[in-house]
Design a binder for this molecule. Sequence first.
Ligand SMILES: Nc1nc2c(ncn2[C@@H]2O[C@H](COP(=O)(O)OP(=O)(O)OP(=O)(O)O)[C@@H](O)[C@H]2O)c(=O)[nH]1
Ligand SMILES: [Mg+2]
Length: 345
Amino acid sequence: MGIDGVLEGLERRDPAALARAISLVENQSDGYERVLSHLHARLGRGGSRRIGITGPPGAGKSTLTERLIQHYRGRGLRVGVIAVDPTSPFTGGALLGDRIRMESASHDPDVFIRSMATRGAHGGLATTTEEVADLLEAFGFERILIETVGVGQTELDVARTALSTVLVLVPESGDGIQTLKAGVMEIADVYVINKSDRPGADKLRAEVEVMLGIRQGNAFRHVRAHHAPADRRTAGPPDRPAEGWDPPVIATIASRGEGVAALADALDRHYGALEVGGRLVARRRERLAQRTRAALERGVRQWIAVAAQVDDLLERRLDDVVDGRRSPYEVAAEILDQMKAGAGR
Ligand SMILES: Nc1nc2c(ncn2[C@@H]2O[C@H](COP(=O)(O)OP(=O)(O)OP(=O)(O)O)[C@@H](O)[C@H]2O)c(=O)[nH]1
Ligand SMILES: [Mg+2]
């Protein structure tokens, strides 16, 4: 299927064309930018919401994702899922996608599940994830769930591409509070204490609530309300945490579907909070600026590699650098000069 075939297939809402488009984007194959450009005008019209679900391994993210799919399907919404596993080169993500697909959504054309691992992300996992989510949105999915394993920087970057981020914690993981201290608190809009059928769930929930109370500092908020300029109070920063939103802590038993409606409700309320005061619009502008920069950076990187024949030149000069006759900086400057000469032609 060539690029024209992909574009045509997307018009027809052909799932095979969607799968092909995702592969193009993942691998940054020739024409992927044309596909994304073509679909751009369809994005950001409202109606499609991205939800990031992150947390430590085995916390029940996939089980929760599956329950959310059922919940949204019950409301007649089309659901796309991107399961990202930055920690594993392939298997984790693939297994995860297969498992969900087999259990509940195998014959539902309004559910689409795609696994993504690091192998499929040449230019930054977060950007690629966001681009794949764009494809899903343009295709007509109204809820896009992005599951990522782990709570490191990469995972958080991926989770932050979503409008709302859910952090799933569990009593037995033991890293609940450490996770919070590592700054993860800053990124989540909704906290889930999953496996609430297990001992220690109430305690963890209480700990998280205390921590959130400390972070938000009611006294501080009161002071700010009196002294902050009016425009800052209403508009707020384009990224989270959203002012006027107190992240809730929700107990769930994903394996039994308990608490899932409450989670979906919290996500709806969070969306509502973002809509107020134009935060949604501001967030979108910011992300599009970032995306344009990312596209430019990719382009420049490719251009350097090709136009300056960096590898050839480096190969020829490396002996000199190793022997101390030239420094890495001199060689880099030489490459740069060559590029400038080329660009002037
Ligand atoms: N007791 C109990 N078990 C649960 C609950 N939710 C999920 N599980 C079980 O926990 C295990 C892990 O669930 P997953 O949904 O695969 O967890 P995950 O966070 O997606 O795991 P990774 O993607 O590997 O990080 C499975 O055996 C689930 O059946 C729960 O609320 N209570
Ligand atoms: Mg999982």
